[in-house]
Design a protein around this ligand. Sequence first.
Ligand code: ASP
Length: 341
Amino acid sequence: MSHTKLYLNMKKLALLFGLFFSLFLMAQKKYVVVIHGGAGTIIREKMSPELEEEYLEKLTEALQKAYTEIKNGKTSVEAVEAAIVVMEDSPLFNAGKGAVFTHDGKNELDAAIMNGKDKKAGSIAGVHTIKNPIKAAIAVMEKSEHVMLSGNGAEQFAKLQGLEIVNPKYFWTENRWKSLQKAKELEKLKNPKAEDSKPDYFIVDQKFGTVGCVALDQFGNLAAGTSTGGMTNKKYGRIGDAPIIGAGTYADENVGISATGWGEFFIRSTAARTIAAKIQYLNKDVKTAAEETIDEIEKMGGDGGLIALDKNGNFAMPFNTSGMYRGAITEDGEIEVEIYK
Ligand code: ASP
C-alpha cells in the first residue's frame, strides 16, 4: 500500500472514531441540577402514599425551578437559590419553614453557598428570623467581605440587604414540636454515663430533612448550597456541617457537593472538600470519590448522605441511611426523583 493510501485510510479511521466518540458522548446523559431533601431513617411502610407524593412533588418543583434558571442562561448560583427556596418554603423539609427545634424550643437555622467558578463562599449560622437562609448566605458571599456570619450579626446584615425577616413563630410546625418533646422524654430516660449512645435527637428524628442543591450552568460553572435547621434538641448554639465550607458544602471548578446527616461526622471528616480533593489530586471519578467519603464517615460511626455533581454532568448520591430524599434533572429536562435505597 502506498503512503498516500495508508494516510487516507488512517484519516478515514480517525474520522470514524471521532464520529463514534461524539455519538457516545451524546448518548451519555448530562445532569445539570441535583438536589437532596435530607437523609435518614425513611421507611416505606411508615410513609403514607399521600405524604410520599407530597415529597416527590416538592422535589420535582424544586428541580424544575432550578432548571428554568439554567435554561434561561442564569448562573449555577441562581439555580441553587431557586431550588433551595422552594424547599425552605415547604414545611416538609428541615430547612426554613420546616426547621427542627433546639433544646430551648427555638428554630436556629444554618445555610451556605459556594460558587465553583471563583471559589467564593458565604454562610450564616444560628439565625432565627431570616425567612430564606440560603438568600442570606448568598448575600454574605456577594455583598460582604466575609465568608461566615452568625446569630444577631447575620440577622442585622440580612435586614440591611433587604431580605425578608419574619417573626420566629413563622418556623413553628406541630410535627417538629412533637419531635422535640419526644427527644426530651428520651433524654430524661437516658443513662448519663452511657458513653457511645447516639444523641437522643437521632433516635427520634432520623428524618433529618436538610436540603441541598448542586447545579452546573451553561457556562460550565458549578455551585453548591445547603440549608438546614440542624438537629432536633441541639444545645448551646450548636452549629452543624451545612454552613461550614468544606464540610457540608463545597464547590470548585471540578465538582459541587452538598451533604446531609450527622453533621459532627461531616465536619470531622471535612467531607465535601475531601471529595473535591480526591477528584483534584487523585483523578478519581465523582462516584468513587463520593462513595469512599460516605464509607469513611460510616467507619467513624456517622451516617447521612450527600450529592456531588461534576463539571461533565456526572453525579453521585451515596447515603448509608435507609433513605434520602433526592432528585436530578438532565439538560433535556428529564427528571428523576427518589426516596428509598
Ligand atoms: N447535617 C445537618 C446538621 O448536622 C443535619 C441534617 O442533615 O439534617 O446540622
